[in-house]
Ligand binder design. Sequence first.
Ligand code: SF4
Length: 396
Amino acid sequence: MESGQVVRFDSLVLHFYTYAGVVEALDGVNLYLKENEVLGVVGETGCGKSVTALALMGIVLPPGKIEGGQILLDYNGKQLNLLNQKQDFMRGIRGHEISMVFQEPRAYLNPVYNVEYQITEVIMVHRKQEFAKRVLDQLNEEYARRKENLLYEADPFLNRILKFNINVYKRMARNPNSRYVRFLSKVPIIRRFGKLLKKEVHKEVIGLLEDMQIADPERVAHMYPHELSGGMAQRMVIAMALACDPKVLICDEPTTNLDVTVQAQILELVSALKQRRKSSILYITHDLGVVAQLCDRVVVMYAGNAIEMADVNKIFAEPIHPYTQALLESIPGPGKPLKSIPGTVPSLINPIPGCRFHDRCRYAMDVCSEMKPQFVEVKKDHFAACFLYYSHDRRS
Ligand code: SF4
């Protein structure tokens, strides 16, 4: 992985084994995400955008199966192939290193818990140790202050409680899932000491809601999903995804089903979050307007392949792949004749051989139906998978 890259997909192959046949959903996807950038993933429905994101999260469920390739993540300076990791390890990565905002916020939120509970749950799974350390620091300060001000002698009972609290939080900071900590959390009287931790997490939840530009976060924290508007529900899901300050945030069409004003607010929010938190964002959409407004670079997908990847300005000004060119030509405009790409997207069960776009491509050559074009760097940082940019000796 080159320096500055956070995630890299190398020739990722993913199939779904269905009764109708093997769906070749991803056919050797290559792409990379750099630090502190928004990479837009665009393409028609069924081209493999969401499946690519699920593979990165490690949540491809049967009948889906990853058949080849690798997904590399920059993990504390080390290069980690996520496909070789155990589920326990991936559970730690999900939410903490890589987080995802799903398409349907209401389907993602649990209707029987309020907003604060759901965000707290994410924090307690991944950041309990960090918060225990914060509380421990506060308790140690309080203990030192009492000693300094000679309050120590005045109230020995309070001192004992304080010392007990320090002991509990010391153990929690060492190992939040130890048997001792789990036992204490079950004892009703002692459980009250967990209030300090809850108070600290509550502050974090309110801070996150403020980051989401929610007015009156204290009130909204106690609301249930059915009480939230579409835009607010989407902000809640983004807050949950950001609760652990992930290095990589995947947004899977987060503005689908939202009206244009709310859509604009969410896009502004994502853009501000990138600036403030320095996260890398993989933004999946089929809306080229959103891409132009938000993204730094773009990867265009077609029928399970990444077919072009470049800086957003290059993609719009000088697209080089025939599919990208046709896609941009089909954007309607005032006084412009309405154009469409002839033909339909090929079936991914027994897909056509060679370039999967060859039956719709105006530049198709004989070789296009015989061999699959490689994803190569045509110009600096501008990649495409097309025989138009191959020299003959590289085709073999
Ligand atoms: Fe068209 Fe051939 Fe390029 Fe595919 S490889 S996009 S069919 S020219």
